[in-house]
Design a protein around this ligand. Structure first.
Ligand code: AP5
Length: 215
């Protein structure tokens, strides 16, 4: 099962991708998480990526592709994966299609979690993220049992630097200009599925499972 998650920043791609990974036993691969882990570890790649992320811009394709393309060769990807935040530009999508074609392989689904811009700022301002395990919560829509503490690993929750409203607006501009065209790209490939991301987290997941199980 090879899945790409599409949607605006804060649409709930990561929230859903984690649940898909857990239910169907495939790895959740998030380029944003990989960049943040590199930043935390102080690698050259992480420091380079930070200059773009802090401005709400996309990290250049060359850097992103260098980072991600090897990952698919890992053993845990034998039965597929759920990609979250990659591809994010047409050149990234074309590079992925080519890499899969070289192995006589292809994606199964591109799932677009559809949420209008008007809901996004509210979602981002309430998001809390765990730096230790990557868990994502929301103070109102998906609260933790204990405030400020990750339900999954007990780590401390933080507000992401790029969740400030002025940066979120820039991320939305980058999304509409560079990432939204992927919806047409995957529609032409015949694998696009839209889900209404404004529903409750569990209902969104139910809709996604129906798609993956052809219900
Ligand atoms: P990345 O980390 O991928 O950020 P993003 O795509 O902007 O997505 P987010 O993680 O912000 O949101 P999400 O859709 O996963 O939503 P979430 O589930 O957390 O990328 C960060 C940066 O890295 C980019 O800006 C770019 O600079 C760089 N980058 C990454 N990949 C790149 C690439 N391929 N190329 C170039 N640059 C790249 O949910 C959001 C909040 O809403 C949470 O609080 C959650 O609890 C809540 N929520 C979720 N679902 C619901 C619901 N149904 N109802 C109510 N609340 C909900």
């Amino acid at each position: 099962m090879k899945i790409v998650m599409l949607g605006a920043p804060g649409a709930g791609k990561g929230t859903q991708a984690k649940q898909i990974a857990a239910k169907y036993g495939v790895p959740h691969i998030s380029t944003g998480d990989i960049f943040r882990a590199n930043l935390k570890a102080g690698t050259e790649l992480g420091l380079k990526a930070k200059t773009y992320m802090d401005q709400g811009q996309l990290v250049p394709d060359s850097l992103t592709l260098e980072l991600i393309m090897d990952r698919f060769g890992n053993d845990d990807c034998r039965n597929g994966y759920v990609l979250d935040g990659f591809p994010r530009t047409i050149p990234q999508a074309e590079a992925l299609t080519r890499a899969l074609e070289e192995k006589n392989d292809k994606l199964d689904y591109a799932i677009n979690v559809d949420v209008p811009d008007s809901n996004i700022i509210d979602r981002m301002s309430g998001r809390r993220a765990c730096l230790k395990c990557g868990g994502t919560f929301h103070v109102k829509y998906n609260p933790t049992k204990k405030e400020g503490i990750c339900d999954l690993c007990g780590g401390e929750l933080v507000i992401r630097d790029d969740d400030k409203p002025e940066i979120v607006n820039k991320r939305l501009v980058a999304y509409h200009e560079q990432t939204q065209p992927l919806i047409d790209y995957y529609e032409k490939e015949g694998i696009l599925k839209n889900v209404d991301g404004t529903q409750d987290v569990n209902k969104v997941f139910e809709d996604i499972c129906d798609i993956l199980e052809n219900k």
